[in-house]
Ligand binder design. Sequence first.
Ligand code: COA
Length: 332
Amino acid sequence: MPYSRIAGLGHYVPDNVITNEYLTSVMDTTNDWIIERTGIRERRWVDPTKDTVAGMAAKATRMALQRAHMTEKDIDFIVFATITPDYFFPGSGVLLQRELGLEGIAAMDIRNACSGFIYALSTADQFIKSGMYKNVLVIGAEIQSTALDVTTRGRNVSVIFGDGAGAAVLVPSEKPGLLSTHLHSDGRFAEELYVKDPGSSRPREERQPEQILDTTTYKVVMNGNQVFKHAVVRFMEVINEALKANHMSKEDISLLVPHQANLRISQFIQEKMALRDDQVYNNIMRYGNTTAASIPIALSEAWAEGRVKENDVICLAAFGSGFTWASALIRW
Ligand code: COA
């Protein structure tokens, strides 16, 4: 069978709701500033004694498998997108494989930040098309709250990000399914949105205990203005690329599920592309930016709300650290 399709979707977010009001109690910010600049009203942050990245992914997986009428034993490959793995190494893919009791199957991690889920979906699609694997679990999962600077110094970053996990089960299909995926990167902008440590770029003499105890280099650094400017251009480019490759136009999109970076970015794209409200799905208001998890969480919720129906054309699009950007067009 030459194509793949999504047979089931699932998601999991931690119980712990962090409101904008709570953030005003720990840093110099306001509810109005956060809502006006980002659209976010609340996000979920884990209790690190309870949740792990692989554990959240397992919960999302079980929902996806149930909806696909499949079991763990049907999975023969895991592609796990995260930039916040439980350990520096090995990746969270093998931890999920262990959690699901699937000893011996292949598992790999993808570290492409907010574009990670689409890169993972594309990777899974190639393996299914080649016939090497059959039923592939595609994950986007992040715990970002533990690496945020939750003080006034880190307020431009910490109000934006949240934790969560999403899962998709990709299976072979006689017809698409996944129509096409489009992947891009531009490493000239790597340091516009990044975490430096624990990277290997430090000379050995800088790796003394007192240097390592300086935790500022373990926090997210973001040049918000640059990210915003590039994001709005690349999002539109890569959506149009997907439409063109499939001889479609924006009127053919039943639902655009953009990476939930910032509500203003989604609204800018919607306005520029003249898409109706019912053609765009946003849930950043409730979860913040969950990086690789944002698209599968949004898609899973959209499906559960009945906004993804048979034969619909679903467009996924993402932009993030790297910079990387990507899109996928799906016939449901
Ligand atoms: N609360 C209150 N004030 C804040 C704040 C916060 N949480 N964060 C920053 N500010 C202040 C700044 O200190 C600055 O103050 P100053 O003018 O006195 O220096 C002012 O707000 C404006 O800062 P600036 O960074 O220019 O704001 P902005 O309008 O660009 O908004 C972002 C900041 C981060 C919301 C915006 O740049 C953005 O959305 N970028 C894209 C981010 C993104 O999508 N990232 C994920 C990509 S995957």
